[in-house]
Design a protein around this ligand. Sequence first.
Ligand code: AOF
Length: 161
Amino acid sequence: MTIYFYKVWQPYGCFSNFSSHPIQIHGTYWSTVEHYYQAQKFVGSKDAAIIPVIHAAATPEEAAALGRCNSRTLRLDWDVVKTQVMREAVLKKFLTHTDIREILLATGDEMIVENSPTDYFWGCGTDKTGNNHLGKILMNVREEIRRLRLYSVITSDCLTE
Ligand SMILES: Nc1c(N[C@@H]2O[C@H](COP(=O)(O)O)[C@@H](O)[C@H]2O)[nH]c(=O)[nH]c1=O
């Protein structure tokens, strides 16, 4: 059965990038995946001064609003790199937080879909025809963690907490 998620307070809300699960990437802590993702839009752009402001945003909603402001200039390669940026952050989130890692692994091989009513890139959109790239990343991360877990059993290593 397909697993749908969207808002943090709904079922499987921990799959949302707005969930309160901090990550550390390249030595910096980010309150949520959303903070990190929105800030990466401006790396190397003339509006890079917004990055520390997004980093300090009190909520992921505020971080998203700052990152979505149309008057700012995005980095030129954003469309090329954004899926990889998201994958790195989502993988880090589920490697860092044991409780939600178990929730992700317990979904087995079910299809995971971000049930966004508006977003046809990261989600499925209102008519469910969207690309669902966030759902695809979550399923890919699920596989990656299974691979890492198998590797850790073979080598008696541990997943990084
Ligand atoms: N979950 C969730 C949203 N969806 C998230 O928005 C991000 C895409 O932002 P952008 O590329 O700027 O359009 C991405 O992380 C996607 O998962 N948006 C919301 O306004 N509220 C929400 O609760």
